[in-house]
Design a protein around this ligand. Structure first.
Ligand SMILES: *Cc1c(COP(=O)(O)O)cnc(C)c1O
Length: 446
C-alpha cells in the first residue's frame, strides 16, 4: 500500500493505529448518523501543507504575511458556501460545531440572557443550553420538548417564548427524525423579537441538495458542521441570512469578530481547504442523487425495522436518521444493543429517546442513520438486509437487563459481552456483515 509509506517508516505505532482504523471502517457498517466517509480529494486537502500556515484575520485583512494562497482557499470556501446555501455571508473558520455555536452566542447574547433550545434528552444538542454545557451555565436556559408522538411541541415553544422572551431560539437537533418546522419557528421568534438560529449540522447535506427545506429565508443565522451529511472534513460554518442582516445590519461583522478575535486564534487552513473541496463536490448533480438516496435508504431501513416489530420514535423518518425506542426491552438497555451490534460489526450509538426513563449515559434508545453506508453505494435492498440483521440481534438481547445498581453495571456488561461473543446468532450476523462490507468496498484507491 502506497498510502502513508513515509509515516510507516517514521512512526510505525501511529501508522499501525491509522491502518487498523481504515480496516475497521472498511469491514464494519457505519450507521452512526453524524459520521460519513470524505472523498480522497478532501483527505488530500486536509493532509496538505496548509496546516503549516498562520493566518489570523480574514482574506485581505491578515495579521501575518504570506497569506496570498490561503486567501484564495478561504475565499473559495466562503463563495461556495454562499452559493450553496443562498446566504449573503459565510464564516468558515470555526474549529467545529460546538465552538461555532459559542461564537454565535458571543455575537448575540450577554451572560445571563435567556436562551431557548430543544432539550438534550428530546434530541437537542449540548450547546443549545444543556445543564452540563457552558451554554446552560452562563445563560438562563429554557428548553422546549417534543410531544409524546416525538414531534416538536410547537405550542410549548410558542408559550415558553412568549413568557421568557429569549434572546436567541435554536431550531435544529442532533437526534430528530422529522423535517424541522423553520417557518413556524420564524413566526414565534418574530413575535418575541428573538434571534432565530438554525443548527443544521446533521441535515446540511440534505439542505444543500434540496432534499430538506432550507432555513435560509426563515432564520437569522445558520450554523452547520461540515463533516456529517455534507461529507467534508471536521469543521463548521456560520452563515448570516438576508433576514439576519435586515434585523441587524452589523450581524455579519459581529459573527466574524466573535469567531476571531472573540473566541479563536488562527484558523485551520487545511480544514478550510477541505471544506472548499467538499462544497465543490456537493454542488454536483451526483451529490443530489446521493442525498436523495440517503433518505430513501433511511425510509427503507425504518420500514424493515418496524416490519420486524420494533418501535421507532415518530414511527418513521423524513431524513437520514432513525431512533429506535427500546423501552419494551426494559429501561437503559440501549447499551446492551449497541455493544451486541458492535460485536457483529454494526456500529450505532445508544441515545436517549423522548421521556427516557433512564439517563443519557445509559439511555433506552438507539440512534442510527444512512449517510455513511449510502456513500458506500448501498441501496434499499441492502437496507432490508441490514434491518433484518439488526432485528435478529435486538431479539437476542431481549430478556437481558442492565442492573439498576450503578456499581454492578460494569461487571454485568463485561460478562454480557463475553456471553454474546459465543452466541450463534451473533456469529451468523457477523458473517453476513463481513460479506456485505466486501461487496461494497471503501477507499479502494488508498
Ligand atoms: C454535531 C453537532 C454539533 C457539534 O459539532 P462538533 O463538531 O461535534 O462540536 C452541534 N450541533 C448539532 C445539532 C450537532 O449535531
Amino acid at each position: 500500500m502506497e498510502w502513508l509509506q513515509i509515516l510507516k517508516n517514521t512512526d510505525p505505532q501511529t501508522f499501525e493505529a491509522i491502518t487498523n482504523e481504515l480496516d475497521r471502517q472498511r469491514n464494519t457498517l457505519d450507521l452512526i448518523p453524524s459520521e460519513n466517509f470524505t472523498s480522497v480529494a478532501v483527505l488530500q486537502a486536509i493532509g496538505s501543507v496548509l496546516t503549516n500556515k498562520y493566518s489570523e484575520g480574514y482574506p485581505g485583512k491578515r495579521y501575518y504575511a504570506g497569506n496570498e494562497f490561503i486567501d484564495t482557499v478561504e475565499k473559495l470556501a466562503i463563495e461556495r458556501a454562499k452559493t450553496l446555501f443562498n446566504v449573503p455571508h459565510a464564516n468558515v473558520q470555526a474549529y467545529s460545531g460546538s465552538p461555532a455555536n459559542i461564537a454565535i452566542y458571543f455575537a448575540i447574547c450577554k451572560p445571563g440572557d435567556v436562551i431557548m433550545g430543544q432539550n438534550l434528552t428530546d434530541g437537542g444538542h449540548l450547546t443549545h443550553g444543556w445543564k452540563t454545557s457552558i451554554t446552560g451555565q452562563y445563560f438562563k436556559s429554557v428548553p422546549y420538548h417534543v410531544k409524546p408522538d416525538g414531534y416538536i411541541d410547537l405550542e410549548e415553544v410558542r408559550k415558553l417564548a412568549a413568557e421568557n422572551k429569549p434572546k436567541i431560539i435554536w431550531v435544529g437537533a442532533t437526534a430528530y427524525t422529522r423535517e424541522f418546522p423553520f417557518e413556524e419557528f420564524s413566526r414565534i421568534a418574530d413575535e418575541t423579537g428573538s434571534y432565530l438560529a438554525a443548527d443544521i449540522s446533521h441535515i446540511a447535506g440534505l439542505v444543500a441538495a434540496g432534499v430538506h427545506k432550507s432555513p435560509a429565508s426563515y432564520v437569522h443565522v445558520i450554523m452547520t458542521t461540515t463533516h456529517k451529511t455534507l461529507r467534508g472534513p471536521r469543521g463548521a460554518m456560520i452563515m448570516v441570512t438576508r433576514k439576519g442582516l435586515e434585523k441587524d445590519p452589523e450581524l455579519a461583522d459581529k459573527i466574524d469578530k466573535s469567531v476571531f478575535p472573540g473566541l479563536q486564534g488562527g484558523p485551520h487552513d487545511n480544514t478550510t481547504a477541505g471544506i472548499a473541496v467538499a462544497l465543490h463536490e456537493s454542488m454536483k448533480p451526483e451529490f443530489k442523487e446521493y442525498s436523495l438516496q440517503i433518505v430513501k435508504n433511511a425510509k427503507a431501513l425504518a420500514e424493515e425495522l418496524m416490519n420486524n416489530g420494533l418501535k421507532l420514535v415518530t414511527s418513521g423518518t423524513d431524513n437520514h436518521m432513525i431512533l429506535i425506542d427500546l423501552t419494551d426491552l426494559g429501561e437503559g438497555n440501549g447499551i446492551l444493543v449497541q455493544e451486541t451490534l458492535e460485536l457483529c460489526g454494526i456500529i450505532v450509538n445508544k441515545n436517549t429517546i423522548p421521556n427516557d426513563p433512564s439517563s443519557p449515559f445509559y439511555p433506552s434508545g438507539i440512534r442510527l442513520g444512512t449517510p455513511a453506508i449510502t456513500t458506500r453505494s448501498m441501496k434499499e435492498n441492502e437496507m432490508k438486509v441490514i434491518g433484518n440483521l439488526m432485528s435478529q440481534i435486538i431479539n437476542e438481547v431481549k430478556g437481558h437487563q442492565l442492573p439498576s445498581n450503578k456499581e454492578k453495571r460494569q461487571e454485568y456488561l463485561k460478562k454480557f459481552k463475553s456471553d454474546m461473543k459465543n452466541n450463534q446468532v451473533v456469529k451468523n450476523v457477523k458473517n453476513s456483515v463481513e460479506n456485505l462490507c466486501k461487496q461494497f468496498p471503501l477507499y479502494t484507491n488508498l
